[in-house]
Design a protein around this ligand. Sequence first.
Ligand code: FES
Length: 175
Amino acid sequence: MSEKKSEQQKPGMSRRRFLTYTIASTGGFLASGVLFPMIRFAVDPLLQKGTDTKYVDVGPVDEFGSKPKSVEFRIKRKDGWYMKEDGEKATAWVAKHGAEILALSPICKHLGCTVHWEGGGHLNHFYCPCHGGLYTKDGVNVPGTPPNGPLDTYAYKVENGRLLLGPITKRGGGA
Ligand code: FES
């Protein structure tokens, strides 16, 4: 008689299996809600909303020309109630474009490697060595290469002949 019962249950989904699928998919959904913000925070902490980023002096504005120059600095950023004493290390590619200054993040918009000016023999471009990403001098991704958006930019201001870099912002065009 019990054999008859198990045969009757074969065609449809058993209650046990239905509950297993339901619990697994609910657990997966909840886990993704927790993991995604953690990953994003780890990958790109300077893009977090609600942070209070201070401007940082990166040198005399006259030191920058039309050729992108790499500068390292430390950003003091208040994240909620916490601010790291000596700030977070950051890098920018800085160049003059006419009267404007463009301070580009070196973080590739494909998978986050670091781009280099004229790397890999690519003249007049930023090059990402990880998967061959290319960006023009103003940080716009070259179609046909892996990145699907332009490099992020730092806000800037000039005070007393010094260049100060501030919060980083995303530009349009994808990811
Ligand atoms: S991470 Fe830059 S091209 Fe892939």
